[in-house]
Design a protein around this ligand. Structure first.
Ligand code: NAD
Length: 294
């Protein structure tokens, strides 16, 4: 069994405890148990007790840490648990720079433990259907506009907090390059709009917008023009019986048990680092643009 600690009890942390307590029957996730959680506020959660960071790091029966804090605290927590020889599952994004993510991955390798970044957005039924629907089609031009809001403190620059959308684009269309990026911000009104211009290996343009403001509903507007058709809506897909966080938990547990093929692990690491590198570049170009405007 892999005894675990959950760090940060917000939406994601709550779900992690819930899923470890009731894992998918006959799946690798049954090998996890929850020994405690770390929170600055709560004492007890779903019958599980709070433990100290020192306990979590030093106890031999704790082998795994789930890092579910705001993005800004991921690096510190991951580093601390990896240093202590614990496996880590972190909610996306792993870190706020590409360089940090490379360092963390190298550290995991050095310690001989698993470092897993959750990507539930790739596990939703509508995304899986979209991927099937576009298979074999040649993209001419694409557009993805995400709205939500407003962005909570501690979640970082929109290219990182919105890494799920960037991961979609990379998973659908392959590795990308950034050709331009800009950012509009009105701090007083909690308004933010990031626009990134990307290009595929076949030199086809993709526009990615993240727009956050009070009152904006959480939505994705897509327009993917292919040689044979245009897709403007996510395909209808029946919700799968196994929830997306549970699917991710099973994948992480399979990694702990050494059941995931090496080439799959390699491809995943490459995709994650590529997305963080793009996010870095988008941030750089956006900030350069903002500096020139002032
Ligand atoms: P949240 O704000 O609901 O929860 C974060 C929690 O972490 C808060 O309760 C905060 O008090 C706690 N926290 C922060 N620093 C801490 C520390 N040092 N020690 C202990 N507790 C600490 O946020 P969330 O929506 O649960 O998101 C958490 C992470 O999960 C983020 O990285 C996010 O990108 C990722 N994620 C969330 C979802 C989702 O559906 N909510 C989906 C995918 C990924």
């Amino acid at each position: 069994m892999f005894g675990s600690v959950v760090v940060g009890i917000g939406t994601a942390g709550f779900v992690r405890i819930r899923d470890i307590l009731a894992p998918l029957p006959s799946s690798a996730a049954e090998k996890l148990s929850v020994k405690g959680f770390i929170s600055r506020i709560l004492e007890e959660q779903q019958g599980v007790k709070q433990i100290t960071v020192e306990d979590a790091l030093s106890r031999d029966d704790i082998k795994v840490a789930f890092v579910c804090t705001e993005n800004a605290a991921h690096e510190e927590n991951i580093r601390m648990f990896l240093e202590a020889g614990k496996h880590v599952c972190v909610e996306y994004p792993m870190a706020m720079t590409h360089k940090t993510a490379v360092e963390l991955w190298d550290l995991a390798q050095e310690k001989g433990v698993v470092l897993h970044e959750e990507h539930i957005e790739l596990l939703t039924a509508d995304f899986k259907q979209l991927k099937k629907d576009i298979a074999g089609k040649r993209l001419e031009e694409g557009f993805l506009h995400f709205t939500g809001g407003p962005l909570k403190p501690g979640f970082g620059f929109p290219a990182f907090s919105g890494i799920a959308r960037l991961t979609w684009l990379v998973d659908l269309f392959g590795e990308l390059s950034v050709t331009a990026a800009s950012m509009e911000e009105d701090q007083q009104n909690k308004y933010m709009k990031m626009t990134a211009q990307l290009i595929t290996k076949e030199q086809k343009p993709l526009t990615w917008i993240e727009e956050w403001a009070p009152g904006l509903s959480r939505a994705k507007d897509i327009n993917f023009r292919f040689d044979s058709c245009t897709i403007t809506q996510l395909p209808p897909a029946t919700r799968e019986p196994v929830g997306i966080f549970m699917q991710d938990l099973v994948l992480f547990s399979q990694k702990l048990l050494g059941q995931v093929p090496r080439d799959q692990l390699h491809a995943e690491r490459r995709r994650i680092l590529h997305c963080l590198e793009l996010a870095d570049r988008i941030q750089q170009l956006s900030l350069q643009g903002s500096a020139q405007d002032t």
